[in-house]
Design a protein around this ligand. Structure first.
Ligand SMILES: Cc1cc2nc3c(=O)[nH]c(=O)nc-3n(C[C@H](O)[C@H](O)[C@H](O)COP(=O)(O)O)c2cc1C
Length: 255
């Protein structure tokens, strides 16, 4: 089965090399308007997005996000934020007090922001642009919050580089469907076969050549380095251990 929307979705690959041409404001507004039409929990629309085009600010963001080069070279950087601050205004206008103390409140906003971001990604790709999500926006949240002037109850969830693609990019195969799709009940029995099969597929793409995750005691296993080894190394590491504190400092109690 295929149609133009499915073809677009299936041709996605993250773009990390961009031409320097700026994006017209109307184009950016079109992309964000499309993102706004995404589903949103109870239509609360608990997200905001900061568009950064200024060279110096993108340079600072790159420094804060593991010095990723494409943040400097992409003409536009979007920071998608969970945002409960706007609802403070809504409550004040009606003389209510927002109850935003629970983990659920943060999750609602983080999910809303993520869905909007992915919708923007598809909109941008439909216009011939390339995008790459930037999770490293959560590496130094306090500095990002200060740089972008985010008020309490607004927290960066993901960044996104956007621009006109330069050069070719490869589509990355995904896990076999049976590793993801469960009918009626969760069933892990196809995992082993699917994972080994996927590892072989990914090894053939050469994606992991020369980019092994350094891990103590395991650097001798390079010849079999594929998705399985890469992923196991990746998830055996501690990631952003201070994040909870930063989210709490920004006014989300996460009870
Ligand atoms: C939430 C999220 C955060 C990501 N963060 C980064 C990042 O910081 N840097 C980067 O180069 N790619 C990042 N990516 C892109 C993924 O590496 C990429 O989507 C994945 O490897 C699959 O490749 P594809 O998008 O080309 O199909 C991120 C993707 C997501 C969804």
């Amino acid at each position: 089965m295929n149609n133009p929307t499915l073809d677009l979705i299936m041709s996605h690959s993250s773009i990390r090399q961009f031409k320097s041409d700026p994006l017209p404001v109307t184009l950016v507004e079109t992309i964000i308007s499309a993102a706004q039409q995404a589903s949103s929990s109870s239509n609360l629309q608990t997200y905001s997005v900061i568009a950064t085009t200024d060279d110096e600010s993108r340079g600072k963001l790159a420094d804060l996000c593991s010095n990723q080069k494409h943040i400097r070279t992409a003409p536009l950087f979007l920071t998608w934020c969970a945002d409960l601050a706007r609802l403070q205004h809504v409550c004040q206008m009606g003389n209510y007090i927002q109850n935003a103390e629970y983990l659920e409140n943060f999750l609602i906003a983080a999910v809303d922001a993520s869905i909007a971001a992915q919708t923007a990604a598809l909109a941008a790709e439909s216009l011939g642009l390339g995008i790459c999500f930037i999770g490293s926006i959560r590496n130094n949240p306090r500095e990002v919050i200060n740089l972008l002037g985010l008020p309490p109850l607004v927290f960066p969830i993901t960044g996104m580089t956007i621009g006109w693609p330069k050069g070719e990019s490869k589509i990355r195969p995904r896990l076999p469907l049976q590793a993801i799709l469960h009918w009626e009940k969760y069933d892990p029995s196809p995992y082993e076969k699917a994972l080994v099969e996927y590892d072989q597929t990914m090894q053939q793409t050469g994606i992991y050549k020369n980019r092994q995750v350094p891990t103590p005691n395991r650097d001798g296993d390079m010849e079999n380095y594929g998705w399985l080894e890469h992923t196991a190394r990746r998830v055996s590491q501690v990631v952003r251990p201070g994040l909870r504190k930063e989210i709490e400092n920004q006014g989300f109690a996460l009870k």
